[in-house]
Design a protein around this ligand. Sequence first.
Ligand code: AMP
Ligand code: MG
Length: 486
Amino acid sequence: MWNLQNTYACLNPGLFAHQAPTPVTEPHWVLTNPALAESLGLDPAALNSDELLAVCAGNALPPNSEPLAQAYAGHQFGNFTTLGDGRAVLLGEQLTPDGARIDIQLKGSGPTPFSRRGDGRATLSAMLREFIISEAMHGLGIATTRSLAVVASGEPVYRQQAEPGAVLVRTAASHLRVGTFEYAIRQGGAERVRELADYCIARHYPDCQQAEQPYLALLDAVIQRQAQLIAQWMQVGFIHGVMNTDNMSLCGESIDFGPCAFMDDYAANTVFSSIDQQGRYAYGNQPAIGQWNLARFAESLLPLLAEDQAVAINLAQDALGAYVEYYQQAWVQGMGRKLGLSDATEADRPLIEDWLTLLAQEKADFTNSFRALAGDAASLTELPPQPLFEKAAFTQWKQRWHARLAEQALDRAAAVALMQAHNPQVIARNHQVEHALKAASQFGDLQPCEQLLSHLSQPFICKPGMADYCRPPRPDERVQATFCGT
Ligand code: AMP
Ligand code: MG
């Protein structure tokens, strides 16, 4: 059952444009997400119905929808630009049975006033990629927008060549971005930013209302969530690829999966995105870029922090300074859990970093090497015959690690369980993703996508048939660059 509200449409009209989706000629279902439908309060069986298909394709509006395209700006690769939903519309906010308010957005739904020279459409392949990666993130327990369905439009879109077009139905706790605030301050000054900040607090950070300085509390809360999110990305080897400020969500969800990918062998300078020539958004740069983006958020909030600009800047700088602590704490604790430590502190940083250095030196697979350690701790499996595990440096490191494991209060079985719960068996390896996308968009074969999704939904447990998904790419399978392919 649809249960839509439109609180965003009640904000200042300068923040959006009323915009209905543009209908498509021959919609048909490609992928659906019954579990997500259920959590939204929609009937999963409706994911076969023509009625819901028409809504997901943008051919009909659900009851009570006031569709709109959101205005925003953003720093793209460091440069400021005015943007907005150029190919997406927000249908409304679904009130779910458990009381959450979730944005329902169509992506690839036709032109809007913010389309600039774009066609407002999306390729099937790019929307399937977003479906797969967002559901992979969810399976890993990382906050993310999600994907309810991909509907093929039956119409071609023209990129380097003609490709099948599609619409993605995306859900999010909201689509407020750092770039939304950057837009608001330039478009309507302090008054507009205050309206948006109040909206953001009410929707995502209600505790800040009670704070002595609610807007400073908001800044701090956003910084904290973002630090935790990026630490989680780092722990699973996720590379977002386009960490522009318009692609950073204020509620702390991962959003806008373009040329993103998971790392195979560990290297901090890994970049997949073909549009990121300088490596600005390389794996190892993500924590620093997060802080840079948050500084843009803080700038937009300045007039709300204090009347005196110098005072406001000081407050913002202090808040931004805390990012490093939040991040480092989240990183050490998270990496510690991957090594079976329930209580890792800064004192464990050398142990963690020395392990990562070994991985880098041996170009070892990030995911599988951690998983092999879990097997070693459990004494269930011999360490696999990889060069890494045969090195004297590894043997020495392993002694330090075992000694540290023995020191903690947690017993060995619990430490192993901790490792198994924080080290996925399966990640969305780029070669597997590309293979699945190719099968779907070139041959109409959805089985590889569905199989991959089924493993990604429970990435921490052993399942029959998963071996091939755990395997790093052979040299000939290696994906060197991921094109935006939007
Ligand atoms: P992205 O790189 O996907 O985060 O998109 C950056 C901006 O470009 C956003 O404002 C998008 O709405 C817009 N955009 C991307 N592709 C298209 C398209 N095909 N048509 C219109 N706008 C687009
Ligand atoms: Mg974007």
